[in-house]
Design a protein around this ligand. Structure first.
Ligand code: ATP
Ligand code: MG
Length: 441
């Protein structure tokens, strides 16, 4: 993409209402624009990041056997009356009446809707297990929307729902999501720690929130540092290996990790002092087993092996896809701006022409632009006529992993300057070598 053809409305100063770094940086780099309290447009740069996060989430859900679909944002109130949640949900639910006076709502979550779909088609244990998910906008009329996309009112979520014949089956489905989440966050370039969370009315141990350590986080967290050293399952993990699934969970649950809601000061005190982490974190995912909470009132039953009708056991698994854009910036930025993990960067490399009016420079840049694309990279080519200083500052601000800088001197020698955004290291080399280095990283 040529910068002059792109829409990148970078702004100089951080708006005063933006309290945390990620919110400031998203506004400054022209990723998002507020449209109402807790409601944002995703401008082209931000949209690319959102789509990259969505793609990685999709790939990892698929690896774990979940099947993608799409449910609407608007739902019928009657479904929520069946589960009893229409009255329970309270002020966070945006309630709407259509022209015929029918009560509707903008979905804050989808347990009811997916249960309705399930019960319409699935009648036998032979069709289980099943895990269906979608990535869709949600609306919650949060009392205090803040921190930009981190606590929005309209936000983008991946929500998966598992259906199993019994609790043992549901545990396996849960463990698959647990492992898939570890791989997902790892690929997104962050460490998210699974922490014991409130299991709700059913009790038990099958509820975990995944949190990224960050001072700007809304949750106080307590954990054993050792949990950070446990390697993720990895992309060759076998999701059909039941022992391996159980092990992945045990490897982590052996260590203390809880948010303030579930914090047990006595248990935490038993963690060796030097390994105790008391910090803050951002919740980026939540997995949850809820048994027959929806299947029972909504009559989602299947026939078991003996021909009896039984309520299915369900779980739900959320990831805050839009929140992640902000959360990742919280974890990945410096004085100069964002430092994207390569996996979700909006472009792979920024190509900066130092002197577009100089013929040798322009020729070298045009050639580099084409060669980068041919090598499989998605470059952002700054061929604008601005001051070098402001071009550098803008490229640093938007945080692409690499910059290739070409000025008249280098162009003459057939060289380029390759800069790594992460550590700021610059080397002079040929374009071919720059491409090799970027590929190897
Ligand atoms: P929180 O405790 O942050 O309010 P929650 O427990 O209500 O979240 P879930 O219902 O578990 O959230 O939703 C799944 C995921 O969706 C959360 O882990 C979070 O990443 C994301 N999420 C929830 N509420 C918001 C919001 N208002 N804005 C952006 N993302 C959100
Ligand atoms: Mg939660």
């Amino acid at each position: 993409m040529r910068l002059s053809n792109f829409f990148l409305p970078v702004v100089k100063d951080a708006p005063s209402h933006a309290e945390i770094a990620s919110h400031q940086l998203m506004l400054r780099s022209g990723m998002i624009r507020q449209s109402g309290a807790g409601i944002y447009s995703w401008l082209p740069l931000g949209f690319k990041v959102l789509k990259n996060i969505e793609r990685i989430v999709r790939e990892e859900m698929g690896r774990a056997g979940a099947i993608e679909m799409l449910m609407p944002t608007l739902q019928q109130a009657d479904l929520w009356r069946e589960s009893g949640r229409y009255d329970d949900y309270g002020e966070e639910m945006l309630r709407i009446t259509d022209r015929s006076g029918r009560d509707m709502l903008y979905g804050p979550t989808n347990e009811e809707l997916i249960t309705e779909i399930f019960r319409a088609y699935v009648k036998s244990y032979k069709q289980l297990p099943l895990n269906l998910y979608h990535q869709q906008w949600k609306f919650r009329d949060e009392i205090r929307p803040r921190f930009g996309v981190m606590r929005g009112r309209e936000f983008y979520m991946k929500d998966a729902y598992s259906f199993d014949l019994d609790e043992a089956g549901a545990r396996l489905s849960y463990q698959k999501m647990f492992a898939a989440y570890l791989n997902t966050f790892h690929r997104l370039g962050v460490t998210a720690i699974p922490m014991k969370a409130d299991p709700g009315p059913i009790g038990g141990d099958l509820s975990h929130e995944f949190l990224i350590l960050s001072e700007s986080g809304e949750s106080a967290i307590f954990c054993d540092k050792a949990i950070l050293d446990v390697p993720v399952p990895g992309l060759d993990f076998d999701f059909e290996d039941q022992d391996a699934l159980a092990r992945e969970m045990e490897k982590r649950t052996q260590y203390y990790a809880a948010t303030d809601e579930k914090h047990d000061a006595e248990a935490f005190a038993r963690v060796p002092k030097e390994r105790q982490i008391a910090a803050r974190g951002i919740e980026v995912g939540h997995i949850f087993y809820f048994g027959t909470k929806y299947s029972e009132p909504m009559k989602a039953t299947v026939q078991n092996k003996d021909g009896q009708l039984v309520d299915i056991h369900g779980g739900s698994y959320g990831i805050g896809v839009s929140r992640l854009a902000g959360a990742i910036i919280e974890a990945c930025h410096d004085e100069a701006g964002i430092v994207w993990p390569a996996s979700i960067a909006p472009f792979d490399v920024g190509l900066i022409s130092m002197r577009p009016k100089d013929e040798a420079t322009a020729t070298a840049c045009e050639a580099a632009y084409k060669e980068l694309q041919a090598a499989g990279f998605d470059p952002l080519y700054d061929e604008t006529d601005e001051r070098a200083g402001s071009k550098f500052a803008r490229m640093d601000l938007i945080g692409l992993p690499w910059q290739i800088i070409i000025g008249p001197k280098a162009a003459e020698k057939g060289r380029v300057e390759l800069k790594s955004r992460r550590d700021g290291a610059r080397i002079e080399c040929s374009l071919v070598e720059a491409i090799t280095r970027m590929k190897a990283a």
